[in-house]
Design a protein. Structure first.
Length: 531
């Protein structure tokens, strides 16, 4: 039998003993069989796996902690990362190991990062077989020879059946995601939402890579066919369109969510995609839609017919955050290498629930830094516990929940790389137009795609632009295939005075939020912030 684990690096060698059966690096069919046999979910159409994640249908950022040790004391952004005392983590670890005794566990040894020189070797130890299937899709899969010598740099233990004790462990609730950078260990308890697994790896890379001069990014990426140096990256939080817009069939998909930017160019952290399925359309998004009937795809929290197993893409009675997880090779135009050159175009996606921002705007490098550090968007329903309607927010670097270091660290890296490459920067609003949430409507995806296509092929640089009176960036006046009215958000409102009032409110929100960065930024970015 082919060796699928390093015989010198089993769980016992990591001090995890007394378990029931341990399954190392099972392939997809075996994981599907185990998950179904254990009643974790059921077989769906085409051999998909249908599962409900219980009470947690989104991330739990308020239950995420970083262990406060001397090794990280001076490098963690503590205003954004809740501290946990080392002694409390040790008790948590001890209690979780006790919980694990006698139970069966599933292990996947995987890579975080398509660049062999920069990847992170990470071991996932999960209580649920389907979590192993999920993370096997989402991270990068070593071959048998690589597994024979695999030694994890970090280990993640995920026990949905374990409940933390706030009084004993210093947690907010019975749910916990605790990162210990010194012990190279992450503990996850009392949540079956699989996204916590992948975002834990992302958080690790967000801490490790900046020290190597590499920019970690919450972005999707693609490149022109036949030209891996014609790269575009798409920053944005969940619900802004990263997955949908980067999966454009006319371009090659590098990845849909997490990437690094090194001196060699862009590389995907992941080996799969985790796409939202609410209102997913076979016409608008045929490639993603097709994965929902593909063998091995994990279908999370979707309502389906109990007899035919047909999925209901419009029923959000479980959650708005219904999702599917699948490997990159399920997308026909996916890159075989998951790497590309330095970006020529940088797109910052925002979901503006106020209906103020235009569908696209061209940014100067200083303006790009302003909007990157601001990270304005709207949290969309379901992506976090308690979010039931769009909530305007500032999530710095378009990914504050996953940023262990201060925003200025990532901002400086991006600023340096834009200066080195001369990339063109764009702000794209996929949120509301014609009014705020509740009055206006979502930006037409057809228009967004037309504007992005013009930006990426260079033709948008040849049209006439106007200066936006609120934010100072450049907005196209007329673009073939897009309504001129849509390009001027004030004209989409029935009441221009109401738009002006809303715009002034948003400008002030930006200004108030950005005040925290003024002492640490360059003069040109400061000018963009106050001008």
């Amino acid at each position: 039998m082919t060796t699928r684990v390093n015989p010198n690096c089993r769980l016992e060698d990591q001090g995890i003993e007394g378990l029931g059966r341990v399954y190392y690096n099972l392939l997809e069919p075996a994981l599907m069989n185990e998950a179904i046999a254990r009643g974790e979910g059921q077989l769906g159409l085409g051999g998909t796996f249908l599962v409900h994640t219980g009470a947690h249908t989104g991330r739990s950022p308020k239950d995420k902690f970083v262990v406060r040790t001397p090794g990280v004391e001076d490098s963690i952004w503590w205003e954004n990362n809740k501290p946990m005392a080392p002694e409390q983590f040790d008790l948590l670890h001890q209690d979780m190991l006790a919980h694990m005794k006698g139970r069966d566990y599933f292990v996947q040894d995987l890579f975080g990062g398509a660049d062999p020189e920069l990847r992170l070797d990470v071991r996932l130890v999960t209580e649920l077989a389907w979590h192993n299937l999920f993370i096997r899709h989402l991270l990068r899969r070593p071959d048998a020879a690589e597994l024979a010598s695999f030694v994890p740099e970090f280990t993640i233990i995920n026990c949905p059946g374990f409940k933390a004790d706030p009084a004993r462990h210093g947690t907010r609730s019975e749910t916990v995601i605790a990162l210990n950078f010194d012990k190279k260990l992450i503990l996850i308890g009392n949540t079956a939402y699989a996204g916590e697994n992948k975002k834990s790896v992302f958080t690790l890379l967000n801490y490790i890579l900046p020290a190597k001069g590499v920019m970690p990014m919450h972005c999707s990426a693609n490149h022109a066919p036949g030209d891996p140096d014609d790269v575009a990256i798409f920053f944005g939080l969940s619900g802004t369109g990263k997955t949908t817009l980067s999966a454009e069939p006319s371009r090659v998909l590098i990845g849909d969510d997490e990437h690094g930017w090194s001196e060699r160019g862009i590389f995907n952290f992941e080996g799969g995609c985790y796409a939202k399925t609410i209102n997913l359309s076979p016409k608008a998004e045929p490639e993603i839609y097709a994965t929902t009937s593909r063998f091995g795809t994990v279908i999370e929290n979707m309502v389906h017919d109990p007899d035919t197993l047909e999925l209901d893409f419009e029923d959000n009675s479980i959650t708005d955050n219904m999702r599917c997880a699948y490997p990159l090779e399920a997308i026909s135009n996916a890159s075989e290498t998951s790497v590309g050159g330095a970006p020529k175009n940088i797109i910052m996606l925002t979901c503006d629930a106020y209906g103020v921002l235009p569908p696209i705007a061209r940014l100067t490098p200083a303006q790009a830094m302003y909007h990157f550090l601001s990270g304005f968007t709207s949290k969309t329903p379901g992506t976090e516990v308690g979010v039931v309607e769009p909530v305007p927010t500032f999530s710095t670097c378009f990914g504050a929940p996953f940023m262990p270091r201060r925003p200025e660290v990532y901002g400086k890296l991006l600023q340096e790389k834009i200066a080195e490459t001369g990339a063109t920067c764009w702000l794209v609003n996929t949120g509301w137009t014609g009014g705020a949430y509740g009055t206006g409507s979502r930006m037409p995806i057809v228009a967004t795609r037309a504007l992005l296509a013009a930006a990426l092929d260079g033709s948008l640089n040849d049209v006439q632009f106007r200066r936006d009176p609120n934010f100072g960036f450049e907005v196209p006046v007329s673009v073939p295939g897009v309504s001129d009215v849509l390009l001027d958000p004030r004209r989409t409102w029935a009441d221009g005075a109401a738009y002006d009032k809303q715009a002034a409110k948003l400008v002030q929100m930006f200004s108030d939020n950005f005040a925290q960065y003024l002492p640490a930024i360059d003069d040109d970015v400061r000018a963009a912030a106050i001008g």
